[in-house]
Write a protein that binds this ligand. Structure first.
Ligand code: C5P
Length: 222
């Protein structure tokens, strides 16, 4: 079977990573979580007290930053300068600042270059906001996942509770709406559906149904 690239974009908490992981596992492809890369540099900026609105400082910081996504038996781990930050990048502080960091064209330029390298050899499922439009514009399969804010907040809330984290549904709704707004309104490769992407509204679908829908698209290439 010919290895292809699968781009999955969409707003925050639309289920992109959950579905991308399933699709990647089924195809024995590599899963690349580009949001984790933006989260990792955001974590480092917060730790080093670099202003998230200072584009040149962030660009400098990123140049000397190593970010690795490594597949382990228990899932993907994220390494920032050789430290495992898989959990740390999910903190509220990182979540509330990542959209400021990812707004800057110079930060994006560097990230996109790194991501394109990872996708060079195909056999990848990559999720993010600009994968189908900017990172892999020639991806064989492009998916745009959407769901209502209410549903997305509810899913994230249940996920938090099941992991034993404290969670506030209203607060989640506000955080998701705010992040979507910044991600969609920014000038540098905003969150938009690629013209040739297939839009799937996951509001009333199960994870398996969404994954099957994507796998059907992939099968058209084999
Ligand atoms: O996917 P996730 O919600 O973890 O992404 C975190 C943030 O990273 C997004 O809200 C967005 O600001 C940024 N991002 C981006 N481009 C991508 C992936 C993520 O700007 N390709």
């Amino acid at each position: 079977n010919k290895k292809i690239a699968i781009a999955i974009d969409g707003p925050a908490a639309a289920g992109k990573s959950t579905v991308a992981k399933i699709v990647a596992a089924k195809l024995s492809y590599i899963y690349i979580d580009t949001g984790a890369m933006y989260r990792a540099i955001t974590l480092k900026a917060l730790e080093k007290l670099v202003d998230v609105h200072d584009e040149s400082a962030l660009e400098e910081l990123l140049k000397s930053t190593d970010i690795q996504l490594i597949q382990k038996a228990d899932g993907q781990r994220v390494y920032l300068d050789e430290h495992d930050v898989t959990m740390d990048i999910r903190s509220k502080e990182v979540t509330n600042n990542v959209s400021y960091v990812s707004q800057h064209p110079k930060v994006r330029g560097e990230m996109v270059a790194r991501q394109q390298k990872l996708a060079e050899r195909r056999g990848v499922v990559m999720d993010g906001r600009d994968i189908g439009t900017k990172v892999i514009p020639d991806a064989e399969v492009k998916i745009f996942l959407v769901a209502s804010v209410k549903e997305r907040a509810k899913r994230r809330h249940e996920e938090n509770l099941s992991k034993g984290f404290s969670s506030d549904l209203e607060e989640l709704k506000k955080e998701i709406e705010k992040r979507d707004l910044i991600d969609s309104k920014r000038e540098a490769s905003p969150l938009v559906k690629a013209e040739d992407a297939i839009e799937i509204d996951t509001t009333s679908l199960t994870i398996e149904e969404v994954a099957d829908c994507i796998l059907r698209e992939v099968n058209k290439f084999n």
